[in-house]
Design a protein around this ligand. Structure first.
Ligand SMILES: *Cc1c(COP(=O)(O)O)cnc(C)c1O
Length: 465
């Protein structure tokens, strides 16, 4: 049993949640086109759809909301927010956006042209979608171990420097920037080491190519660096966070993750010229450059949340709760991605439902089964999320296809997590009762996993005997 510290907080306010009957869930899921994303939240008991914007704010954050300065221009809350980002992430120019994808849109529009090539350590759906929308071709330069669910590599978010070198050799001048993430969400919340991130930046910089970091979960990444990377055990999380950002040229942030806020984000840059250009686009797409689509109170909550996010007690308990779920599933023989990542446990759907063909979308099918069994909502990360290749129009079948169970921060108790584990163990034990997978009945062109609808392939139900 790994170290599992008790929560470093107590509950001051509660939000009722309800269990439902299997019959209720069957009806709700059918109405949602077998896509848990389309369920109403009140039909879900434990919502592990995402850790994005779903964290519980602290009493200090709630009181900070009341101090929000809602001035259109130059709000005090903006300067507080700007200072918190500068202090903890170390970038000079801080440009607020309404959430991470607002920043991705603006960075992509500033730097990408048709024919551009963008290398990255795997990809995040909205990040790659913005890059492709602006005409770039994405190149995955993550290490091979990241694509192997069983490999225990401690830094599965690392860049394969040989792959990066090869993309630079082939596309050199057509690479506007390298797009790195800490941690790598699509690999299951896997960290990148400070040494590898620094080496990747050195390589890119030697060719005059800037590097932008997706810092949505860089604090969680810092925790893994402290645990696993030689030389960092005695450094604070705050120091490691600065060390991760230091070699990069800027960052795009979704404050809905590490920052313990419900909405918000920023672009952070070192180059004043690029910052000027980005501010110009923020005016068009987000809001004035001192609020960027956020209310003053949102910036207050983020400023307070940044400070709480680097607290060692917080981050240790946060990651330990995720590890606890992973440990329970491991012990029961449910196949999961190893090592367990920072924000989620990923169940290997192709291993659980190895009797279904990939065309019957085992990840999506497992998501449906887990909802029916225990009222738990997870999300598919596999074929449905990967979308179609823009060049060929063919479905992409990534090597990994899993059901991601993302854990909101400071929201669920250990008994909730036990309910999740018990449900998964039952679904796994009875997996051969699942006789049909799912196929699309409606397929949207962009980020299709959010709004797609499905039907059981060749049957009325996925449990069709
Ligand atoms: C959530 C997320 C984004 C996008 O941010 P939003 O706030 O959802 O728009 C980008 N990258 C990563 C790694 C994320 O987890």
């Amino acid at each position: 049993m790994p170290d599992h510290p008790a929560e470093p907080w107590r509950i001051k306010m509660i939000e009722p949640i309800r269990t439902t009957t299997r019959e209720h869930r069957e009806k709700a899921l059918r109405e949602a086109g077998w896509n848990p994303c389309l369920l109403r939240s009140e039909d879900v008991y434990i919502d592990l759809f995402t850790d994005s914007g779903t964290s519980a704010m602290s009493d200090r954050q709630w009181s900070a909301l009341m101090r929000g300065d809602e001035a259109y221009a130059g709000a005090r809350s903006f300067y507080l927010f700007e200072q918190a980002v500068r202090t903890h992430y170390g970038y000079e120019h801080v440009i607020p956006v309404h959430q991470g994808r607002g920043g991705e849109n603006i960075l992509s529009r500033c730097l990408i042209r048709p024919g551009s090539h963008v290398p990255g350590n795997m990809y995040f759906p909205s990040t790659r979608a913005h890059q492709e929308l602006n005409g770039a071709t994405f190149h995955d330069v993550i290490i091979d171990e990241a694509h192997d669910a069983a490999d225990e590599h401690p830094f599965k978010g690392d860049v394969d420097l040989a792959k990066l070198r090869a993309v630079i050799a082939e596309h050199g001048a057509a690479i506007p920037y390298v797009s790195l993430a800490a941690t790598v969400n699509m690999a299951g919340g896997q960290p990148i080491s400070v040494a590898n991130l620094t080496a990747a930046c050195d390589l890119a910089h030697a060719h005059g190519i800037p590097v932008f970091l997706d810092t949505a979960r860089a604090v969680e990444n810092a925790w893994f660096v402290k645990q696993r990377e030689p030389g960092w055990a005695n450094h604070s999380i705050a120091d490691i966070l600065l060390a991760l950002c230091a070699p990069t040229d800027g960052a795009v942030m979704s404050a809905k993750k590490d920052c313990l806020a419900n909405i918000g984000g920023w672009i952070a840059l070192r180059d004043p010229g690029l910052a000027e250009q980005a501010r110009g686009l923020v005016l068009l797409y987000e809001g004035l450059h001192t609020y960027g689509g956020m209310a003053g109170r949102d910036m207050e909550a983020i400023a307070q949340g940044i400070g709480e996010s680097v607290d060692e007690h917080h981050i240790r308990a946060r990651i330990a709760q995720v590890e606890y779920l992973g440990h329970r599933l491991d012990t029961a023989g449910v196949p999961i991605v190893h090592p367990v990542g920072g924000h989620c446990v990923c169940v290997d759907a192709t291993a659980v439902l190895d009797h279904l063909p990939r065309t019957e979308l085992p990840g999506q099918t497992l998501a449906a089964a887990v909802y029916l069994e225990g009222g738990i909502r997870g999300v598919e990360r596999g074929t449905v999320s990967a979308g179609r290749d823009p060049a060929t129009g063919e479905n992409r079948y990534p090597p990994l296809e899993f059901l991601r169970l993302a854990i909101p921060r400071r929201v669920y108790t250990q008994s909730h997590i036990d309910h999740v584990a018990d449900t998964l163990v039952r679904v796994h034990k009875n997996r051969h009762d699942i006789t049909h997978g799912l196929t699309f009945t409606h397929e949207p062109p962009h980020l299709r996993f959010f709004q797609a609808r499905f039907a059981p392939a060749g049957g009325a139900d996925i449990y069709d005997g």
